[in-house]
Design a protein around this ligand. Sequence first.
Ligand SMILES: [Zn+2]
Length: 187
Amino acid sequence: MNDSNNLCPICGEGNLHPEVGKNPVEYKGQTTELDLHYSLCDACGSEQADATQTRVNKRLMIAFKKRVDGLLVGAEVRAVREKLGLSQAEAAQAFGGGPVAFSKYESDDVAQSEAMDKLLRLAAELPSAFDLLCRRAGLGRVLAGEQWQQAEGWLAEPRHPAEGRRPRLRVVSSSTPSADQPTRYAA
Ligand SMILES: [Zn+2]
């Protein structure tokens, strides 16, 4: 008895049954075994993966590559974003990458760049850096005054060392900065 949804497209007689096997993979000299999702035909014995299974397999491989490359895997990107209290769309506004970037990073459809990875870690570890990115993106996150003062040294770093000496920024007001009352700088 054939279920048309699971009919084997190769022999046209058997039914496909989902299976999970082990798939040894190697990347940059590191090896592991990933789950391999596929379907097995009970008539002709052929193994095949449909679009959904192929996507699952691809995500597992990308997550493995991220680990080897020292990048945050999808679940870790999501954890950072949620710690920062951002929606996926807000995260793209603050950090870049395009409107669906975080959906793709978090599902392991795409590996974020090394630069994006470093930016996410920086934002998670340094509230003042995160605050600055949000301000520039118009997201209106506000830091407490004490955290803002801690950022002073970092903010004073010249943005483009090649341009030589530039006026150094100095925070002259760190009291409860807000969207209504922008932080003022003195040269
Ligand atoms: Zn078959």
